[in-house]
Design a protein around this ligand. Structure first.
Ligand code: HEM
Length: 144
């Protein structure tokens, strides 16, 4: 019956939302890292690790584009660099808080939720992956 109009040139497995595109992803990523760099808890981690912010923002935008739009633009191993950063649960909590606040500041709830749900899931999987390399036990955050 009333199925949503197909979005041209969109991968069939891409998340379907009329306002989700690379421009929206870019806006979220730029705004998020602008805030994350200034955050008292996680800012110092970024500022001592990232030399080229344009390149970082480009790479993270490609990552989200691959995740949500299936563009295949990111071909890296996203967990690997995090192994060396000494991340704790509190860092992940702050990262997610900032991501959620940014998504809600920029977008209406439906679009914000697409980023938030996916971010929680990935943060959980990173956190568990990192903890298991240390032999810790972690309590997963519930994604939905
Ligand atoms: C505790 C929270 C986090 C902190 C402090 C953090 C910090 C960083 C830093 C400093 C880098 C740059 C590493 C380098 O250039 O050597 C990086 C890379 C990256 N981060 Fe995170 N991160 C966090 C969580 C996440 C989460 C939850 C995601 C995904 C949703 C994510 C996605 C990525 C990706 C895709 C890269 C690029 C990896 C590559 O080089 O291909 N990060 N992160």
């Amino acid at each position: 019956m009333n199925s949503p109009a197909a979005q041209p040139n969109r991968h069939p497995l891409a998340v379907q939302h009329p306002d989700l595109d690379d421009a929206a992803i870019r806006r979220l990523v730029e705004t998020f890292y602008g805030r994350a760099r200034e955050d008292d808890l996680i800012g110092p981690i970024f500022n001592r690790t990232v030399d080229d912010w344009d390149e970082h923002i480009e790479r993270i935008s490609d990552f989200w584009s691959s995740m949500l739009l299936k563009t295949g633009r990111y071909g890296g191993a996203p967990m690997r660099p995090h192994l060396l950063l000494g991340l704790e649960g509190a860092h992940f909590d702050r990262w997610l808080q900032l991501l959620e606040a940014t998504a809600r500041d920029l977008f209406p709830e439906g679009l914000a939720a697409l980023f938030i749900v996916r971010a929680r899931r990935i943060a959980d999987s990173f956190e568990m992956g990192l903890a298991s390399t240390r032999g810790d036990i972690v309590r997963p955050r519930h994604s939905l």
